[in-house]
Design a protein around this ligand. Structure first.
Ligand code: ADE
Ligand code: ZN
Length: 334
C-alpha cells in the first residue's frame, strides 16, 4: 500500500505554513537573524514536541514563529514546504498563514505575504504545483484585531482566496467573528474555519450557519450530533481532517480510534491533510500511511480522499476535471 500512496496524486487543503518550520530551519533562521531561542540544538527542539492538547502545542508553535523576520525567511519557509509537496506528489495545496502572529511582533503584513507568494509563484513555474492562500484570524484575539488584519489584506486581495479562523478553539466560538466574516464575504473572500477539533459539534453548526464557510477545518466532533452529521452528508460539506495532528494533540488517543474512514464510508466529504507537519511528525504521505496502517481503507477509498479534496478545493472546474482524470487513471493503472 505504501507504493500506492506515494504515487497517488494528492491535494492538501489544511496546512499552516508556520507549522512547516522544521527544527533545522528554525536554527538556521535564528542564527541568520540573531535571535535567541530556548534550545541548544535542532534535536532538543524535536524533543520538546510532546503535546497534551491544542494549547500546549500552540504555545510552542507561536514561539517558533519568532525566528521569521524578513521576506526571504517567509520565502525559504514556504519553498521548503513546496519541495516536500513535490516529494509527496502533492499537485495542489491551499495554505493558511496567520498574519497576526507576525504583525503583533512588528513584522509588516506585506513582508509576510510577499515572501510566501513569491515561493508559491515559483513553485507553479518550476515544480508544476498549484496553490491558493488562506489568511487565518487568530480566534484568541478579539474581532477588532481581525478587522484590522482584513484591512491590511485588501491591497493583496489578488493573492488571498479566503479567510479562515484558527488557534485556541474552546471558549472562542465562531459567533465571536460573525461581523468580520460577513465583511470578508462582502469583499469577495471565501470563508473556512477550524471547528469541532477540540470544540463541540455546535461550533461546526455555527461555523456553517454564522460564518458561511465553504469547508470545515477538522470537524471530527460532528459525530456527536446525528442531525449535523446527516446535514454534512446531504450538503456535501467538506471536512479537512488532519489524522497525525489529531493523535498528537489527543483529539483521538490512537489512530485506530480515528473516525476518518468511518466518516468516509458514511459518505461525508472527508479529506486527509497534514496541519502542522514539522510539529506532528509527518507530511501528506505520512498521514495517508498512518491512516492506511491503522484503519485499512482500500485503494479506492484512499483515492477517494484525493477525489474529495479536488472537489472541495478552490480551483476552477476545468482544473478539477484535469485532476480527477489524473487520479482515476492512476487508480485504474496501478
Ligand atoms: N494553528 C495551527 N494549527 C492549528 C490547529 N490544529 N488548530 C487550531 N489552530 C491551529
Ligand atoms: Zn489547523
Amino acid at each position: 500500500m505504501q507504493a500506492f500512496i506515494e504515487g497517488l496524486p494528492k491535494v492538501e487543503l489544511h496546512l499552516h505554513i508556520e507549522g512547516t518550520l522544521e527544527p533545522e530551519l528554525m536554527f538556521a533562521l535564528a542564527k541568520r537573524n540573531n535571535i535567541t531561542i530556548p534550545f541548544s540544538s535542532p534535536k532538543e527542539v524535536s524533543q520538546a514536541y510532546q503535546f497534551e492538547n491544542l494549547q500546549s502545542f500552540l504555545d510552542i508553535y507561536y514561539q517558533g514563529a519568532n525566528v521569521l523576520i524578513k521576506e526571504q525567511d517567509f520565502f525559504d519557509l514556504t519553498w521548503a514546504y513546496l519541495l516536500r509537496c513535490q516529494q509527496d506528489n502533492v499537485v495542489h495545496t491551499e495554505i493558511f498563514f496567520d498574519p497576526q502572529t507576525h504583525t503583533d511582533r512588528g513584522i509588516a503584513f506585506d513582508t509576510v505575504v510577499n515572501g510566501i507568494h513569491r515561493a508559491l509563484t515559483q513553485a507553479k513555474q518550476e515544480l508544476g504545483i498549484s496553490s491558493q492562500l488562506i489568511m487565518s484570524f487568530l480566534r484568541h484575539l478579539d474581532e477588532d484585531a481581525a478587522f484590522t488584519t482584513l484591512a491590511q489584506a485588501l491591497p493583496h486581495k489578488d493573492k488571498i482566496i479566503a479567510v479562515g479562523l484558527d488557534s485556541s478553539e474552546v471558549g472562542n466560538p465562531p459567533e465571536k467573528f460573525t461581523g468580520v466574516f460577513t465583511k470578508a464575504k462582502q469583499l469577495g473572500f471565501l470563508t473556512v474555519a477550524h471547528a469541532g477539533e477540540e470544540g463541540p459539534a455546535s461550533y461546526i453548526n455555527d461555523a456553517i450557519n454564522m460564518l458561511k464557510v465553504a469547508r470545515v477545518d477538522h470537524g471530527v466532533r460532528c459525530v456527536d450530533n446525528e442531525e449535523l452529521l446527516a446535514q454534512l452528508i446531504t450538503t456535501k460539506m467538506p471536512l479537512t481532517v488532519c489524522p497525525l495532528s489529531n493523535t498528537k494533540l489527543a483529539v483521538f488517543d490512537t489512530m485506530e480510534q480515528h473516525n476518518i474512514v468511518e466518516l468516509l464510508r458514511k459518505n461525508v466529504c472527508v479529506t486527509i491533510n497534514s496541519d502542522d507537519p514539522a510539529y506532528f511528525g509527518g507530511y501528506m504521505n505520512d498521514n495517508f500511511i498512518a491512516v492506511s496502517n491503522a484503519l485499512k481503507p482500500s485503494k479506492q477509498e484512499l483515492a477517494q480522499f484525493t477525489l474529495n479534496a479536488i472537489e472541495a478545493s478552490f480551483i476552477s472546474i476545468e482544473e478539477k476535471e484535469r485532476l480527477v482524470t489524473l487520479t482515476q487513471y492512476y487508480l485504474n493503472d496501478f
